[in-house]
Every structure is written in structure tokens, then in C-alpha cells.
Design a protein around this ligand. Structure first.
Ligand code: FUB
Length: 312
């Protein structure tokens, strides 16, 4: 009987069946998940900050890590898609932080925060390797670009239905800028993202880092981490440029000093990627990416994820 029940439960479990569990035994963080139909056939590509190669005392890794999956259940460590040395203008000790990727017109683009003050962009014919610097200088440079903010990191790219691409980035003040159709140039001013209605009573519930934009049924969802530690909260608006009104919490504080989310939809289901302290020896600089189902109420609001109700 026990086995029959178990079989029934596993038959009804969602595809990712790993809620609260790391996608790999290797430390990783800052998920940037995508479904790409590349030379290798359609599969998920998950780009990450490589916490396994940092000092354990700081986020000082200098290469990014890629994981691939056909089903979001088992993930293959696909190695290093690129490292900071392809950006010749980067300082030798530049840190490789939260990455982003995008596909357009047969090319793959990799957006790389370098050293906390610049964002580079690399290009390749494949999603897993072959990336070269697309510009020979930074796409965003704190010293060069007006309103780039105190720390231009955490790029997140969103391409709207009309083909216009936007890049969100920044700590403490969220930034957004239109990208040119070639995906490697800015096409306008860097703007502050306007968020109204953040709960004033909770000083912690402000924008910290990890901006992310997705769209569903004509509603634009701007999600982010509130800081250090970070709750993942969200606001909604009528366009990729907002203005956005605070709606609620997606994921509460975890046992870790940062969080960083991404949301993808596949086959009609939504998933939240985030990171947590999940492996032995883990901690603030040794993080682990995990996946949870994301559900919406009928009014379009996001149901707060309760990890303890699953398998945490
Ligand atoms: O991985 C280094 C930094 O930690 C990222 O840029 C932030 O989003 C935070 O997760």
C-alpha cells in the first residue's frame, strides 16, 4: 500500500519535483534560465555565478557556469561558457557576477557584470561556448554613462512582443535602458525604474538588487530582491518601463545574505529560480540554485511561495 501511495504521489508531482533541493551538487547562484532551441535541440540553459570556484569568503569567481536540462528534473553541468578574460578591458581581478543571456536573429548574447562597475556583452553562434566580446568596450560603464548608478550589476534582458529589448540592472536604484536591435548597443537614456507603493513601514522592503521583468496576459511584472538579506517581491505595470505598483512577496527571506530570482514559463507553467543555502558547507558565498512552481491568482497576482509546505 505504502508503495502504491508513493507511486501515485510521484506520478502527480510536477516536472521539477525538486522544490527546495539544489539543481546540482556544485555551488552556484544568480540563476539566468532560458529555453533555447539550439544546435543541440530544445533544452533549458541555466547560466549561473560559479560559487564553487570562489574563495568562499567573497563572490570572487572569474568564470560563469552553465547547466543544461531537457526536463528541469536532472541538470547537466555543461562547464564554463566563458570567463572574464574574453573582455580585454576588464581588470585582471574582475569578478564574474550574476549573468544574463538572450537569443536573437540566430545569435546568443551573454550580458556580463564585470567587477561591479561595468556590464559587458558577448556574442556566439551557440549558447554553450564560443563567446567573444561583442563590442571591445563595456555596454554599460559607471564612469562613462550618465545615470548608470552606483553599481551597474545584475543585468536582466526582456524582449517585448513588438521586438523592443530592454535591459534592467543595478543595486539600490533599479535602472532600465532600451537595447538596440543588434542587442549590443544602448538605444536611449538609462532611466530609473519607478516603483510606487513599497511598504513604508518596512524599511527592508525596498529595492536592493536582482531586477527581473516578465510579462503575462498583458501585465508586466517587475520582481527584485529587497537587499541583504533579500525578500523577493514584485510590482506590476502597464509597460516594460512601468510605472510599477507594489503587489507583494514572491519568496520570503531565506537562510542566506542574498537572493536572486528569475521566472520562466514553459508549456503553460511558470517556475521561479532562486538561490539558497542548501548544500553541506554552503553559506553566503557558497549558494545553490533551486526551482519552485510559481502560481497566479485569477486577478494576476502571484501567490507567495511557501517552501516549508513543500520539501524544505
Ligand atoms: O553573486 C554576486 C551577487 O550576489 C549578485 O550580483 C547579486 O545579485 C547577489 O546574488
Amino acid at each position: 500500500m505504502k508503495y502504491m501511495v508513493l507511486a501515485l504521489i510521484s506520478a502527480t508531482l510536477p516536472a521539477f519535483a525538486q522544490v527546495g533541493h539544489p539543481i546540482s551538487q556544485r555551488f552556484n547562484a544568480d540563476p539566468s534560465p532560458h529555453y533555447f532551441t539550439s544546435q543541440t535541440g530544445g533544452q533549458f540553459y541555466l547560466y549561473a555565478t560559479d560559487d564553487a570556484s570562489n574563495s568562499g569568503k567573497y563572490w570572487d569567481s572569474t568564470s560563469w557556469r552553465l547547466y543544461t536540462s531537457k526536463d528541469m528534473k536532472s541538470w547537466r553541468d555543461a562547464g564554463i561558457p566563458l570567463d572574464v578574460t574574453i573582455f580585454k578591458w576588464a581588470r585582471k581581478d574582475a569578478k564574474a557576477w550574476a549573468p544574463e543571456a538572450a537569443y536573437r536573429n540566430g545569435k546568443y548574447y551573454f550580458y556580463a557584470p564585470i567587477g561591479g562597475d561595468k556590464i559587458g556583452v558577448a556574442i556566439s553562434d551557440r549558447p554553450d561556448s564560443g563567446f567573444i566580446d561583442a563590442r571591445k568596450d563595456a555596454l554599460v560603464d559607471k564612469a562613462r554613462d550618465k545615470n548608470a548608478g552606483a553599481e551597474p550589476i545584475d543585468p536582466a534582458v526582456f524582449v517585448d512582443k513588438d521586438g523592443q529589448a530592454y535591459m534592467y540592472f543595478g543595486t539600490r536604484t533599479p535602472k532600465v535602458v532600451r537595447l538596440a536591435a543588434d542587442m549590443i548597443n544602448l538605444a536611449g537614456e538609462i532611466l530609473d525604474v519607478q516603483i510606487t507603493g513599497l511598504p513604508a513601514s518596512n524599511a527592508k522592503k525596498q529595492y536592493g538588487e536582482a531586477p527581473f521583468l516578465h510579462e503575462r496576459n498583458g501585465i508586466y511584472y517587475f520582481s527584485f530582491s529587497t537587499g541583504w538579506p533579500g525578500q523577493i517581491i514584485y510590482a506590476t505595470g502597464p509597460s516594460p518601463l512601468g510605472p510599477f505598483a507594489y503587489r507583494g512577496v514572491i519568496l520570503d527571506y531565506l537562510r542566506i545574505s542574498t537572493n536572486h530570482q528569475a521566472i520562466i514559463e514553459h508549456d503553460g507553467k511558470s517556475y521561479l529560480f532562486y538561490h539558497d543555502n542548501l548544500l553541506p558547507g554552503g553559506g553566503d558565498h557558497r549558494r545553490s540554485i533551486a526551482i519552485a512552481p510559481l502560481e497566479y491568482e485569477t486577478d494576476g497576482s502571484i501567490r507567495q511561495i511557501n517552501l516549508s509546505a513543500t520539501s524544505r
